[in-house]
Design a protein around this ligand. Sequence first.
Ligand SMILES: [Zn+2]
Length: 409
Amino acid sequence: MIKWGDYGFTVTSPFGSRRDPINGKTAEHTGIDLVKAHKAPIFAFTDGEVVHARMGQSGTGFGNFGNVVAIKDQRGALHCYAHLDSCSVKSGQKVAAGQEVGKQGNTGRTNGNGAANGKGSHLHYEVRTKATPSFGFGSHTDPSAYLSKYLEQGKGTSKMKPTDFIAKIAPAAVEDMKKTAVPASLTIAQAALESGWGGSGLTVKANNLFGIKGSGPAGSVKMPTTEYRPDGTSYQILANFRVYHNWAESIGDHSKLLVNGTTDDPKRYHKVLNADYKTACVEVWKAEYATSPEYPKLLIDLIEQHKLDKYDQMGKVEKATVELNGKKIADGTFLNGLVTVPIRDMAEALGAKLVWDNIKKIATVNGKKIVGVQVVNGRAIAPVREVVEAAGGRVAAWDGLKRAVTIQK
Ligand SMILES: [Zn+2]
């Protein structure tokens, strides 16, 4: 069975028959109610395709559900994430397990009915064995039982076809690249080599794609591994390896290593970041990620054979600058049509007061709460317009060629 606490949730209402929290009558609870913090990110429990990502309309199978993201898994069952404050994905999009689908909220029929204070905020997670018609309304099943069986059996498939492996890992590698600048092609190639196209015992048992040791977000697992004596002879021991809930977590951990380096050299892997795939493959080896002299060529061949460099195009984040009175005041990034900027740099340049709540990840500029805050590599960023307007200025112009935003205050 699923341990919801491992995913950061408290269960406030289980699946099955219960007393309705609003009208008091006994009724069938068609899903499970899970609670983190109001507006905390909700991550997909499985891979799949988004078939609905907006306010549920009554009569469609999603009445009273508020903002619902529904994801169809590989067996055609539908995973519904309801009452979201907002959706982070779009219909038609493929998502990887562990990818953010929205923020926890209280939209639809909850104790809070969308109240701004977050009253009644929870995730209603429901699994339906059918996806049509009306999004499989009425075909609900115990989500905990379904999910644990699904994850178990999914893990039993062992070695995958390279095309299947790439299809599964690429969305998470691309999303990760947008945040960390670790080339998606490098991530996929290293994972393919290390995990034997997803067939290694460590990947099957622990979602550990890169053989990272220690204790992970879902604990650790003992596996045999080969060690070398100083004289070069080898021996086998049991070592602890990190266990992850899903591949996206494993990818995130690998990127963290490349971004943060090692204690003796925090910039050890920095030549890999934002690099073209050939440079990245050579630099990761020079930085002693692997010692075999064949390593860079193995990676490059793999990338070229499977045309993995196209994922680097998808994960590329373009730079943008922000100017005030003809002077650059911040470096930003241009992503999905929006320029985002470090909130602290902007607030300082505009003489505005910034309050940062590091626990709730909430930024307030001159008393106004900033919407759309993300923490990337330890820095809080947000859309430029949000920050500028809170600071009492306005966005005056956008130069698409120079990728420069001009602001006035
Ligand atoms: Zn519920």
